[in-house]
Design a binder for this molecule. Structure first.
Ligand code: ATP
Ligand code: LTN
Length: 332
């Protein structure tokens, strides 16, 4: 029975075209974990509007993210796939938790600091309370495990703190979630600046491989990836560009960095890049075909997200009602 399984919750923002980082840091691991857990995978559109979105692009990307989940191998018959804005308890719980969060702890979040630096004077308040909404997502389902890339570790720790605080202030309500950060692929770096995370909201499109990039574009981007002048394929911090390419290969092929390094003895960066590009293409091409097919079948997608929202509404409402009751609201 599903109810005996531990629960997983995770999500991706439809705030830009998804990258190889999103795929290797998050989605690919969800596919591995889905058999053993009761999974909720959400398209977090409420999070996406912390950055200005063009309405028609947001609509297109929301369905594209959902299609990518399915095309990558998430089974909609087993996992619950839904769109965050279809489940009002996320916004409601988020407010309740906002009143149990501190300005100090939110101000320490590096994602907030980085993004607000970029935005200058017009930082919206959503960006500040973003991690509280993320905590609500996770806690409403009493998730045991949250598979995310390394950049989300701090947000996850905050979600744990908020949960513990609420449990202590009232009475045990939430499961304290654990993070699952993959061994390889936890942080895929920008190909043009391997000290920076590969991100869908990057200024330099050449640094970023998109899940939907064509083989030609992938070959071009990988061949131009920044490396170094050492010239030997090694897995060290001193060669962050090469290390990144090795990490990508490891995450896709499920092998260790040592194995990759060994197979390039006596070879150079050109060979590594050529092979990395072909490995990425072989992984993404079948997925891209499936995404295109799914996007042509809006009725099917609708049936999935409607069914998902029904289940998510049912489960999350139960937790929300508990929270409201403990806080002292009159039951409706
Ligand atoms: P943005 O750049 O718009 O802030 P993002 O590309 O970081 O977004 P999110 O929607 O915030 O994407 O993240 C979705 C998931 O993908 C998270 O689990 C995140 O940790 C993971 N992820 C994002 N970028 C990378 C990366 N470069 N390497 C590994 N995992 C990543
Ligand atoms: N903040 C996450 C996206 C996200 C998420 C979540 C991830 C929103 N809610 C709940 C895991 C669980 C990010 O990757 N930027």
């Amino acid at each position: 029975m599903d109810t005996e399984k531990k629960v997983i919750f995770s999500g991706i923002q439809p705030s830009g075209d998804l990258t190889l980082g999103n795929y290797l840091g998050a989605i690919k691991n969800w596919v591995r974990l889905q058999e053993d857990y009761d999974c909720y995978f959400c398209v977090v559109d409420l999070h996406a509007i912390t950055v200005k979105q063009v309405p028609k692009d947001l609509r297109r990307r929301t369905l594209e993210v959902l299609s990518i989940y399915i095309a990558a191998g998430i089974n909609p018959e087993k996992a619950t796939l839904f769109i965050q804005s279809h489940v009002p308890s996320h916004s409601e719980a988020s407010w309740l938790l906002t009143c149990n969060s501190y300005i100090g702890e939110l101000g320490r979040m590096t994602q907030y600091k980085d993004k607000s630096k970029k935005m200058g004077d017009s930082i919206n308040a959503g960006l500040f309370v973003y991690p509280v909404l993320m905590a609500a997502d996770i806690l409403l389902y009493n998730a045991d495990l949250v598979p995310v890339g390394k950049d989300q570790k701090q947000h996850l720790e905050l979600a744990r703190d908020i949960a513990e605080r609420f449990n202590k202030a009232y009475s045990p309500t939430f499961t304290i979630p654990e993070g699952y950060i993959p061994p390889a692929g936890a942080k895929i770096m920008d190909l043009q600046d391997p000290t920076k995370k590969m991100s869908k909201s990057t200024d330099n499109p050449n640094g970023c491989i998109l899940i939907m990039d064509s083989p030609e574009v992938i070959r071009k981007k990988v061949s131009r990836a920044v490396t170094d002048s050492i010239g030997i394929v090694n897995y060290t911090e001193d060669q962050p560009g090469v290390q990144n390419l090795i990490n990508i290969i490891c995450a896709i092929k499920n092998i260790s960095p040592e194995e990759v390094v060994k197979s390039y003895e006596g070879k150079g960066y050109a060979d590594l890049k050529k092979d990395a590009a072909e490995i990425i293409i072989a992984e993404l091409s079948p997925l891209q075909e499936k995404v295109k097919g799914l996007l042509d079948n809006k009725e099917y997608l609708e049936s999935i997200y409607k069914k998902g929202a029904e289940k998510a509404n049912y489960i999350s409402q139960k937790t929300l009602r508990k929270m409201q009751k403990k806080i002292g609201f009159i039951p409706r």
